[in-house]
Design a protein around this ligand. Structure first.
Ligand code: HEC
Length: 132
């Protein structure tokens, strides 16, 4: 009986620990070098137009046309797609958005071979227009 109790305690403790490490893992750390970057491209009308078409081509299928995380492929991927119209999302620095978008992790694809850095910066400008 005593062994059973001890096993129960160990079980509960390790479950708690596992959910804790999962929480920690879910935080997406942006390297300081990126965090401080500002968008080097001009947010002109023409550039926003290019950003919009790049977004439609590469991002919309998962993130949805307004960035709400409701694209046609949204159900097939793991991870929090976020809400690009939210204050929480928009409060991130240009460099943080660039880093997450360009480098990716897990089901968020890496775009280093599919897009130029300049194109990704234009896409970051376009994501800024999704603010509520
Ligand atoms: C195949 C589906 C898919 C495509 C296509 C995709 N994403 Fe994602 N994206 C994800 C997933 C899944 C996450 C959550 C990843 C995580 O938290 O581990 C994510 C997360 C993000 C985040 C972080 C969100 C936040 O709340 O901080 C940004 C920014 C982002 N994506 C931008 C883009 C951009 C820009 C494109 C197009 C160039 C794109 N994504 C294309 C699946 C996708």
């Amino acid at each position: 009986m005593k062994t059973f109790k001890i096993l129960m305690i160990i079980g509960v403790l390790s479950l708690g620990f596992l959910s804790f490490t999962k929480l920690v893992q879910e935080e997406w750390k942006v390297p300081a070098k990126y965090e401080k970057m500002t968008n080097p491209e001009e947010a002109s009308k023409a550039n926003l137009g290019i950003g919009k078409s790049l977004y439609s081509k590469h991002c919309k299928s998962c993130h949805g046309s307004a960035g709400l995380g409701d694209g046609t492929k949204a159900d097939e991927v793991d991870g929090d797609l976020g809400d690009f119209s939210s204050e929480e999302f928009q409060s991130q620095s240009d460099g943080a958005l660039f880093y997450k978008s360009y480098i990716g992790r897990d089901d968020m694809p890496n775009f280093e071979k599919k897009m130029t850095e300049e194109d990704m910066w234009l896409t970051v400008h376009y994501m800024r227009t999704m603010a509520e």
